[in-house]
Design a binder for this molecule. Structure first.
Ligand code: NAD
Length: 340
């Protein structure tokens, strides 16, 4: 990003509370004069045969064309004959790495005040290959696929992320003592990439030990890089360390810088349409999007205003113990833009 032109980004407001929290992001971006123009896409009402899901081909094209997008939560319609929306996005767009920064939020008290780590999850293979079958009655088999190509790609991303975000250490999380071939190959790829980054410390931690260390002392970790299923579990564990999924942003990264950022939580149907949703996770995801675009001034401006609003504690939504509506919180963030 050169700082001169407006960037077009795809926005999926999504379902449930999605549209409400997307309005919050749009209003804060407008107030912060962020040079982003949104191209909004909604989940379709019928299956598009070109994607096999309720997401249209035009929506996919929009992300591909713009190379950058922000996504609210989506409710996958119940019934057979279509693919999950999130899986469609991941597969169609080749989003091979999932990144979740987990940072303690001052003013929102949890067991730890000093969490500052990033999980990087391989997003395309492992136990998620969808290769399950029955061998004979009473015996089923699931295939875990690990490839050199996907492992090198996610390891490369993890080290590059560490280097460009001022982080010092990458820990590869594995169970290679048991899954010698699959996790063994994953580790081998991490080691190869680590050699290219002598300034970044590299370590290998067995997943069960990693869980124990994380809950005892999260500051033992910096960047964690993992195969798919371990990443799924550990990234939620880390979200729990900072106060839950409502506060956690994430990014899905593909080739050539393509990125789709998203809130980690779901559509919250119990509070949808009631002006009760907390937009923080989607807002922090939008901050990640700005960082990805090198719009760091705008990212910092919005990030500081969010943290200040939460630290002041006057306009917190119900999930954080307050009484404010989505719109009150949004207004408070806007009032705090540039005030610290
Ligand atoms: P959920 O995250 O929607 O809700 C769990 C609880 O957290 C609810 O009580 C909800 O009110 C609360 N909550 C979640 N986000 C909040 C926010 N921003 N502010 C305040 N409170 C919030 O999980 P669920 O109920 O298991 O799932 C509901 C739907 O969302 C399902 O259809 C599911 O498939 C979908 N889902 C989508 C995604 C996604 O698109 N990435 C992720 C998870 C779930």
């Amino acid at each position: 990003y050169s700082g001169e032109t407006t960037v077009t980004a795809t926005l999926f407001p999504g379902d449930g509370i999605g549209p409400e929290i997307a309005v919050s992001v749009k209003e804060i971006f407008k107030a912060a004069q962020v040079p982003i123009e949104w191209e909004e896409h909604f989940v379709g009402k019928t299956v598009d045969p070109r994607t096999g899901s309720f997401l249209t081909w035009e929506s996919m094209e929009s992300v591909r064309r713009n190379g950058i997008g922000l996504k609210g939560p989506m409710a996958t319609p119940i019934g057979k004959g279509h693919k999950s929306l999130n899986l469609t996005l991941r597969k169609e767009l080749g989003l091979y790495a999932n990144v979740r920064p987990c940072l303690s939020i001052p003013g929102y008290k949890t067991r730890y005040d000093n969490v500052d780590l990033v999980t990087i999850r391989e997003n395309t293979e492992g136990e998620y290959s969808g290769l399950e079958h029955q061998v004979v009655k009473g015996v089923v088999e699931s295939l875990k696929i690990i490839t050199r190509q996907a492992s090198l790609r996610v390891a490369e991303y993890a080290f590059h992320y560490a280097q460009t975000h001022g982080r010092k250490r990458v820990s590869a999380i594995h169970k290679a003592n048991i899954m010698k071939k699959t996790d063994g190959l994953f580790l081998q790829c991490c080691r190869e990439v680590a050699e290219k980054y002598p300034d970044i410390l590299y370590e290998e931690v067995i997943i069960d030990n990693c869980c124990m260390m994380l809950v005892k002392n999260p500051s033992l970790f910096d960047v964690l890089c993992m195969p798919n299923l371990y990443g799924d579990i550990i990234s939620d564990l880390c979200a729990g360390l900072i106060g839950g999924l409502g506060l956690t942003p994430s990014g899905n990264i593909g080739d050539n810088g393509l990125a789709l950022m998203e809130a980690v939580h779901g559509t919250a149907p119990d509070i949808a349409g009631k002006n009760m949703a907390n937009p923080t996770a989607l807002l922090l995801s939008s901050v990640m999007m700005l960082q990805h675009l090198n719009m760091n001034d705008k990212a910092d401006l919005i990030h500081k205003a969010i943290l200040q609003t939460i630290a002041e504690g006057k306009y917190l939504t119900g999930d954080l113990g307050g009484k404010a509506g989505t719109t009150d919180y949004t207004k408070a963030v806007i009032d705090n833009l540039g005030s610290s």
